[in-house]
Structures are given as C-alpha cells and as structure tokens.
Write a protein that binds this ligand. Structure first.
Ligand SMILES: O=c1ccn([C@@H]2O[C@H](COP(=O)(O)OP(=O)(O)O[C@H]3O[C@H](CO)[C@@H](O)[C@H](O)[C@H]3O)[C@@H](O)[C@H]2O)c(=O)[nH]1
Ligand SMILES: [Mn+2]
Length: 510
C-alpha cells in the first residue's frame, strides 16, 4: 500500500439484472394498481347505480368487497417485499490483503456452540460441529471453542473429551492436507462419494480408524446412557455430576478441557498448541427461568470474557458445521476494514441445508431468503441476525451503542490477564453462569441476547441495528456453514421448539 492510498479489505457489488427487475416490478405495480382501480370502479358503480339488475348486484357486492380486501392486502404485502429485491448487493472480501496487513495482529475469536438435548441432538453430531470449528484455518492460540450444554449431559461431556483427544490428530491432518469440509463425518462422506483416497493414502486410513473407534465408544455410551467407568476414573470433570439432580436442577458444570496454561494436554500430535476448548452447562434451578438459548448465550458471553475474551464471537447451533475453513479470515475483512469496518456490528451467513433433494419441489431450502432477500436487506443496513452462522463484535452483542467517533482498536495482544491456575479460573467462571447472577442487571434487556421472545435472535439483531450498528450478509459460493441432515432433523427441532414456546407462554414451570 502506498502512503495515503486506501485499499479496502472488501468490496460491495450491486446485483446484476437490477434494471430488468425494476422494469418488471414497476410493470407489476401498474398492473396491481389497475386491478385495484377496476375493483373500486365496479364497486362504486354497483352501489350508486341501482337501476338495472339491482338484486343481482347487491348480492355480488360482498364478493367484490372480499376480493378487494384480499387484493389490497396482497398488493400491500408485495410492495413491502420489494424492499428486499430492489437493490441486492454482494460482498467480496480480500483475505490476502488481510494477511498482508494484519496477520500478526489478528484478533482472538470465541466460538459458541449450543446444544440442549442429547437425544434430539446426538453427541456425535455435536462433536462433529465442534471439531469443524476447531479446525478453522486460523492461529490456534487465538481460537477458543465453547460448548454450551443446556441438556447438562454427561454423555455430551464425555463425547467432548473424546473429541478433544481426536482433535490432536484431526487438526494437523486437516491443515496438512487442506481438506474441506472439516467436520469429520461430513468429510468422510465426501470421500465415499468421490472415492478419491489415493493421494492421502495410509494417513487417511489411520485417521478414519481413529474416528471410527471414537464413534463406537460414544455411540455405545449414548445407547447405554452411561459413561464408561475407565473414562470416569481418568477425568476428574465427571465428579461435577455428583450433585446433579436433573437437567432443570443442577449447579454450574464447567470444565476447561484444553487451554495453553495446561501444557501437557493442550498440544496436538506434532506439538502445536490446540484451540482452547471449554464445556459449560450453566446452573439451572426450577425457580429461575432459564430463557432458552438466549440465557445460554448470555452465560457464555460472561464466562468467555474471563477465559479468552475474544473480540469477535461466532455463534453456531450444534446441527450446523463449518463447511469452509477460511470463513473467519473472510469475515474479519469486513470487521477490520479501515473505513467501513467500524460500524459493522455483525456478519450473518446463510442457513443452507446439507442434503435437500435436488429439485426441492416444496421450497424447503428457503432459497428465496438466502439467495435473494437477504442480499436485498444488505443494502438497507444489513440482514437480521438469524441465531446461527453469525459473527458478532463482542461490543455490539453486549449492548454497546455505535457512535460516529467509535473506532475499534485491533491490538496485537489480548488485554486479558489470567491470574492463578486453571482450577481457580474455572471456579471464578462458574460464578458467572449462576442463575442468580442476572438478577437486577441489564442482561437480557440492554445487554446480550434479549429475553422473552421465541425468536430472540431476530429482536437482538434489530436492537443492535437500533443501537447504530450495521450488518453484512456474507454468502460466498462455497457456503460457510451447512445444516446437517437436511430438513428431517430440522422438522424434529421445530416440533421441539414449539414445545418450548408453549412451555414459555403456557406458564408451565420449567
Ligand atoms: O433451552 C435451550 C433451547 C435451545 N438451545 C439451542 O438453541 C439452538 C436453536 O434451537 P432449535 O430448537 O434448534 O431452534 P431452530 O428453530 O432450529 O433455530 C432457529 O431459530 C432460533 C430462534 O429464532 C435461533 O435461535 C436458532 O439459531 C435458529 O437456528 C440449538 O442449538 C439448541 O441446542 C439451547 O441452547 N437452550
Ligand atoms: Mn435448529
């Protein structure tokens, strides 16, 4: 970069075919107006002109009024939706420039994975998501992965311990062979599909064997609903379940599984540091409302603030794995752009389903939203936050308001200083995930995710925009995330969600 010259870290391109679409939209609008006019005219004629066919017309008027009402409504709705189609924009990050300029001062990134029920969301699925995000192409010492388990399940914890061991081989394998995607299950599926194993040879066979062994142990434990005795004896973390009564009544369970302060256990097979990995099951008591995912996310925000305090936060549901290992770098191009980056509060990527049938005759893939409407929203201050596959600046999520003077300082060093050893840190962090912590605070109102709404993500995103932040929609050809098992699992989850909504609004005790 020459002195004074500014090369942006991303560019925004207008959608092609805008003029054609606008002509089409205007012609449709004229047509809608003509239909309205026609209805009005006819209704006025038959109400004022009572001379001919009076009886017949009187009966017909209700049909005409009904049609007018329907057409007014649909026309009005159509006009509103044009905002999403009028000016679609597309974002293109330049990650080479990011590396050139900021490779040595890339920020810490915290990744929050949420799970809530080991039966609906099997531990194998959860750890595949965790492994996929641990294997991002990003300096591992700047990456922390937190699993929030609202199911408080020992099996999920056991699976995560297994995953932390497997990661020691998996992460170097991913980086060495630059494989995609980095969820082991998804990757092995692509291998079966393409049968292209020749260049990876015995290394692939070895890693697949390790994975299969781990899978068998976890599947066995899941089926038996019991953690193997040896595992329990080996890891002190299981003792935290001693005081456990039920999923809705237990102390905070928190375990820092991998951390660079624990040198014996935090390195991969080649001696390189692994990302920090933390298991959290926040305290639950029957007399306190847990506020579903929003409550879990807010606990994670506080707990992570004293363990890694990443300035950028990625939130994914456990049924959605990372499909592109470069996504963090791409997204940082938006946040770190010297001119436009300051105001960007969050970067949302689409929810794309892994294996929707090719023709998708029922429109299950929701392509109109992900391929058209969100691009349209992006030109009006940005898309909504849809709860998963979203990167936030910690400040925007914690309720800070954006003002014109605000400039984010990306420092080369994290300002977090950890006193004492890991046990002390765990104890301190547990306190932040207690039920009573939020009493008489702004959590759930002005800070963190908002409570009291089944679509907590949408209202949280809107309030960030009210606070002055803009958002960006990032939808590259290789999708950043894929939702697992297509719609089948999603259908189950919807059923489960409506159940939780009914519980919330039916005032049943939870
Ligand atoms: O008490 C709870 C309930 C749910 N979850 C997790 O929250 C996520 C989303 O819940 P789910 O039941 O799967 O809802 P969906 O309708 O599939 O989720 C969509 O809609 C939600 C509400 O708008 C968003 O929060 C999600 O991110 C978005 O994927 C899942 O990972 C759950 O494990 C918790 O952590 N605690
Ligand atoms: Mn879901």
């Amino acid at each position: 970069m020459e002195r004074g010259e500014y090369y942006p870290l991303f560019e925004t391109k207008m959608g092609r075919g805008r003029v054609v679409y606008r002509l089409f939209a205007i012609s449709l609008f004229v047509a809608i107006c003509l239909i309205w006019l026609h209805r009005f005219n006819h209704i006025i004629t038959i109400t004022t002109n009572h001379t001919q066919q009076e009886e017949e017309d009187d009966r017909g008027i209700w049909v005409w009024l009904g049609l007018l009402a329907a057409e007014l409504w649909f026309g009005f709705y159509w006009i509103l939706t044009q905002a999403f189609r009028w000016n679609p924009v597309f974002r293109h990050p330049f990650k080479n420039r990011l590396s050139q300029r900021y490779e040595h001062m890339l920020p810490e990134v915290d990744i929050f994975v949420c799970t809530a029920d080991p039966e609906i969301e099997p531990p194998m699925m959860v750890i595949n998501t965790v492994l996929s995000v641990m294997a991002y192409d990003y300096p591992t010492e700047k990456l922390s992965v937190y699993l929030s388990d609202d199911g408080g399940s020992e099996i999920t914890f056991y699976a995560l311990l297994e995953a932390s061991n497997f990661a020691k081989s998996w992460i170097p394998f991913c980086k060495r062979f630059k494989i995609e995607p980095r969820s082991p299950a998804a990757y092995f599926n692509t291998i079966i599909d393409s049968a292209d194993t020749t260049n990876l040879g015995h290394e692939l066979v070895a890693i697949k064997k390790l994975y299969n062994e781990m899978e068998r142990r976890i599947e066995d434990a899941t089926k038996l609903k019991r953690v193997p005795k040896e595992a329990r004896l080996k890891h002190g973390g299981f003792s935290q379940w001693d005081s456990y009564t039920s999923k809705r009544d237990h102390d905070t369970i928190l375990q820092i599984i991998l951390h660079n302060k624990d040198p014996n256990n935090s390195k991969d097979v080649h001696g390189f540091i692994l990302p920090t990995l933390v298991y959290l099951s926040r305290e639950k008591r029957p007399q306190y409302h847990h506020n579903f995912k929003a409550g879990a996310m807010n606990s994670l925000l506080r707990v992570s603030s004293i363990i890694s305090n990443g300035k950028v936060i990625l939130n994914v549901d456990c049924d959605m794995y990372s499909n592109n290992s470069e996504t963090i770098r791409d997204v940082l191009c938006f946040f770190m752009d010297e001119k436009k980056g300051h105001q960007i509060g969050f970067v949302q990527s689409p929810q794309i389903f892994e294996n929707v049938t090719k023709n998708d005759i029922y429109g299950n893939a929701l392509l109109a939203i992900s391929e058209v409407e969100f691009h349209g929203a992006d030109s009006w201050g940005g898309p909504m936050y849809i709860g998963t596959g979203c990167f936030h600046k910690r400040e925007s999520l914690c309720g800070m308001k954006f003002s014109g003077e605000y400039k984010h300082k990306w420092k080369s060093e994290n300002d977090l200083f950890i006193e004492g050893n890991l046990q002390e840190l765990e104890e301190k962090a547990k306190g932040l995930a207690n039920c009573s912590y939020e009493e008489n605070t702004q959590w759930g109102k002005e800070m963190g995710l908002k409570y009291g709404c089944p679509v907590e993500d949408v209202i949280t995103g809107l309030s960030m925009q009210i606070n002055g932040w803009k958002s960006v929609y990032y939808n590259p050809p290789r999708k950043p995330f894929l939702v697992l098992h297509g719609m089948l699992l999603e259908r189950f989850l919807w059923a489960y969600k409506w159940d939780t909504v009914l519980i919330a609004y039916g005032q049943l005790t939870v």
